[in-house]
Design a protein around this ligand. Structure first.
Ligand code: CS2
Length: 488
């Protein structure tokens, strides 16, 4: 038996399920990037909001690359399960807010069709950092990106999120339809403002007057998203089937903690997210900086060092006392003091909760998963913090160790001489730099610091940044990650 609307009445009574009439649910949101994170976060909030205040806010989910999620959910009529797991056990629910899945490369016209429906009023995105096709150091559009070049030349057959959004906005404008609100839910600094700038630039490259209209007419609220969602494994599928009594081809695993802070700028409406815990605020920046620098900055540092030290998961890595000291120090001494806190924030409670979340024994969150796409993540997770500290004349030793651990990882060979599967949009450049460095830490540092898309031009020219990074990288090569952690 497979999870489906017909199977809902027979699920164990402890499994929460949609309390609204899915057959009457109209789509009002198109989501780009139908991955596990969206399904454990925004889709859950929307499901809850539909329970509270039913309205035309069903979700059409679009995968920009692989058909896997669509293939898993289609036979289930879009239904899927979410397991909240921690030391206390697990809580299960079935989510009903996703109505349909589409695979963009299979049928771009179908995606554009959904995006131009009058009932669609919000487009949300979780396309990961690299999905914005921008220069991570500056936020500017990477106009040489092959997919951007393609989408400008073939507006009817886009490949990128930007290409779809801009073509759909052009069609809506031509048809006299109101533009949708575009809500980025990725871990980028000023994600809405950044996206607004990219949309404007992309649209201007098609036609400057259209670019000006996009800048004027399209609302792109900033948002901060937070929930840890490790990739689902076959073991998770088997445990889920046993708990539900039916098979779910792609359940998602997550933690109890969840947070979503959104700027309340939705000129054409939104679900009743404010009734289900979404914090609707005027300014997201303080929330976002706190999260990116404390959670994600710690996560990346822990992921690179943890992987090098032979730890497979976050929980294993943070159980190393040296790692716990390092991450605590990074938060307390280096990242924390750079923050302008949101109103009413409890910084100590937040940091303690983060360490507890990293220790969650029931989530197998792989260091390798977090280590992906380092070139896209480092700027907002570690380098912005380093810039602020250097400007204030402060030290950056732990941040430098995090950056050096990325460099050691990006070199592509672990401490036992085994190849590392380095996933990164700049993987070819990383490999070429590593090959040229031939295992010499100083040459590796020089080569990687030359990536201006990551480091800009200021940091590589500042010895207060480069000296501690080089020193940490030498130690990682000579002593190894475990020894460096022991001394942390
Ligand atoms: C992680 C994030 O994979 C990663 O890079 O740091 O996905 C992290 O789990 C989320 O941002 C938590 O909200």
């Amino acid at each position: 038996m497979r999870l489906s609307p017909a199977a809902l009445p027979n699920l164990p009574t402890t499994v929460q399920r949609p309390g609204y009439d899915r057959a009457a649910l109209e789509p009002g949101i198109v989501h780009l990037g139908l991955g596990a994170f969206h399904r454990a976060h925004q889709a859950v909030y929307t499901d809850e909001a539909l329970n509270r205040a039913f309205g035309p806010w069903g979700i059409i989910g679009v995968s920009l690359r692989s058909p896997d999620t669509r293939d898993a959910l289609a036979p289930q009529d879009g239904l899927y399960s979410v397991a909240i797991r921690d030391a206390d056990g697990q809580t299960l629910r079935v989510v009903g807010s996703v109505l349909e899945g589409l695979v963009a490369p299979e049928d771009p016209a179908a995606v554009l069709d959904r995006l131009t429906r009058p009932s669609v009023r919000i487009v949300t995105l979780t396309v990961t950092e690299k999905g914005y096709c921008h220069d991570p150091a500056t936020g500017a559009l990477n106009e040489a990106h092959p997919d951007i070049v393609h989408d400008l030349a073939n507006p009817q057959q886009p490949r990128t999120a930007l290409g779809f959004l801009v073509e759909a906005l052009a069609r809506r404008r031509a048809a006299g339809l109101v533009p949708f609100t575009v809500l980025s839910c990725d871990n980028l600094p000023s994600n809405g403002d950044t996206l607004a700038g990219l949309l404007r630039r992309f649209a201007s490259l098609r036609d400057p007057a259209f670019g000006a209209w996009v800048a004027e007419a399209v609302a792109c609220p900033n948002s901060m998203v937070d929930r840890i969602v490790p990739a689902t494994t076959d073991d998770d599928r088997a445990r889920m089937a046993a708990a539900l009594g039916v098979a779910d081809a792609w359940p998602v695993m997550t933690e109890r903690f969840t947070q979503w802070v959104v700027e309340d700028r939705f000129p054409v409406g939104r679900p009743a997210w404010d009734t289900v815990g979404v914090e609707m605020v005027a300014d997201v920046h303080p929330y976002e900086t706190m999260k990116l620098r404390l959670l994600n900055g710690s996560h990346s540092t822990l992921a690179y060092l943890g992987y090098l030290a032979g730890y497979e998961t976050v929980a294993e890595a943070i159980a190393d006392p040296g790692m716990a000291r390092l991450i605590r120090g990074l938060m307390d001494e280096e990242a924390g003091p750079t923050l302008h806190l949101p109103p009413g924030a409890d910084l100590d409670g937040y940091k303690a909760a983060l360490l507890e979340r990293f220790r969650n024994p029931a989530l197998r969150h792989r260091t390798w998963q977090i280590a992906m796409d380092g070139t896209q993540k480092l700027p907002q997770r570690l380098l912005g913090t380093a810039r602020d500290r250097l400007a204030a004349g402060l030290t950056i030793d732990r941040l430098a160790l995090g950056v050096a651990a990325w460099m050691r990882y990006a070199a592509g060979v672990d401490e036992r001489g085994q190849a590392i599967d380095v996933r990164d949009p700049m993987a070819d450049q990383l490999a070429a730099i590593a090959a040229k460095a031939g295992g010499d830490p100083d040459r590796l540092a020089d080569g990687l610091l030359g990536l201006t898309a990551v480091f800009g031009t200021d940091l590589p020219a500042d010895p207060r940044f480069t000296d501690p990074v080089r020193a940490a990288l030498r130690r990682l090569f000579i002593e190894g990650a475990r020894a460096v952690l022991t001394a942390a």
